[in-house]
Write a new protein. Sequence first.
Length: 354
Amino acid sequence: MTTQDTKTAGAEPAKIVPPLAAAGFNLRDAAIRYGFLLLLAGLIVYFSVKTNGFASPQSAVFILQSVSITGILALGVTATLVVGGFDLSIGSVATTAMMASSYVMVILGGDALTATMVCLAIGILIGLINGFLIVYTRVPDLLATLGMMFLLLGLQRIPTEGRSIATGMTLPDGSVATGTFSPAFLALGRQRLDFILPNLVPVSVVVLLALAVLIWFFLEYTRFGRMMYAVGSNERAAELAGAPVKAYKIFAYVISAVFASIGGILLAARLGRGDIASGNNLLLDAVAAALIGFAVLGAAKPNALGTAVGALFVGVLLQGLTMMNAPYYTQDFIKGAVLVIALVFTFSLSRRRR
């Protein structure tokens, strides 16, 4: 036997590489990146087959309107998640903005611009308070924003003694409110744009898209956005690198509260009243959308694109369940179950991939 034959006999057999693996295809990676988008597409197909009218333009408009408010609040939550925080007060901030705008126009007789500016000022103030409590008094973010949530839930009921605000309502002193909602203000929540698609795209959806593009560009392509990710990834390292960590964290909570105020404005414009009970589910829906965003395209981090897709997922799910006559008390359970499955799927597979 020759030397070459000895080497050949002792060599390990060559491994057979599957064609897909050789081409760089990995089923697990594909599941991480595209699994949630496929799940969303599957939901749309399922509800379209199982219900009458789900694929109709009217259903699409309703989904888009609900997604717009949920999505805007969820984008605010995303900003706090980026810096390693969390904001539980967004639902109550949105409801407070809704009540404040209604109060300014219906009871005080103000115009749409005044009402909008008051709501934005309220959002900035609440964001600064939340940020101050978390950064300077070192109250944990969940406790600080939870306390703010309960504070606002009580505060927004005091001026009207717990009543919703509507045109012609009787005030606590017995007088009648003479103000009305401005048509320009109501157009923010009810107007549909004809120049994009015929009477199909609500103004609120355009607002959502504009804010989503803005926060996406800010987080992904600006120095400030990248520094916010650095703060959330390793706050101590960012501080040692000279980053103003406290300022970034406060700024994130201001973004969250301002976005929640914008959502409250749009909700008041859509309803045409200040309904104290209408914002009860905003927190759960927005948080679900923001956290589901972790699973979109395998990001495993807070991101604006994933949040927008998460909001669309929540809107499609709720509309489909409603059209299938699913009991209202089961919807939160289903949303929670989908959220848990999506997060477990994403983070477990991402950990294995790393």
